[in-house]
Design a protein around this ligand. Sequence first.
Ligand SMILES: [Zn+2]
Length: 244
Amino acid sequence: MLSLFTILRKRLYSAGLKPGDVFLTFDDGPNLVDNVTVSLLNVLHRHDVKAGFCLVGKLIDSHPQVVRRMYHSGHLLINHTYRHRHPMRQSYRVLDGEVAACDEALSRALGIPGYRSLYFRAPYGIVTPAVRRVTRRRKMQQVLLTHYGWDTRVGPGNCKPVVDMMLSSAREKRGGLFVFHDGSLVPSLMPETTWAESPENRVWVPEAVDRIITELKAEGMRFVIPQASHQAAMETQGAAKRAA
Ligand SMILES: [Zn+2]
């Protein structure tokens, strides 16, 4: 029987966080519709916050300059496969090719031969035996979550309850590893809606992140990349630069 688990973990320490730590991650970009990812990078820069970006290879190829900016700003670049296909439909061999192709897109965008991410987040958060095997063989760390806020189900006109819920759960748990989607690749299950309420409209995300950082920082929380991840990323970047 196929055993599945998802990347959702309930406890802070299992995501490498201490009480009071918040790690923000952004999936399915880069996305330049309405300049969403660029606005998001501006917000993070203004608050001096480093985050993790789970990047899709084909979108990296479309917007390499945004990925270079993420890298030079010290954000964590996380492999999210090349085409973002559902892991249930992929064999080990196909998934391994998807991960390799995403790394190659990162390498092209950064102009660093042999660059590879040591971090992986499975599309749709679904961890299959093939996902486990690929990450184990490639010595990649899976980037987990402590909170999932269903942000892919809302647009700017109806996002407020989702953002409020994220804030209250961060307060309750004193931190957490959150995911937002700056891009839109998850098929919407919603009936036809207006563009203001369309989950494909991600324009609200930078503003929501601005609010979350402002409020939680004022309450003493720290926005971090978990230490182990950060250190390993720096070492990989150093090694890639030396090899270049
Ligand atoms: Zn995704």
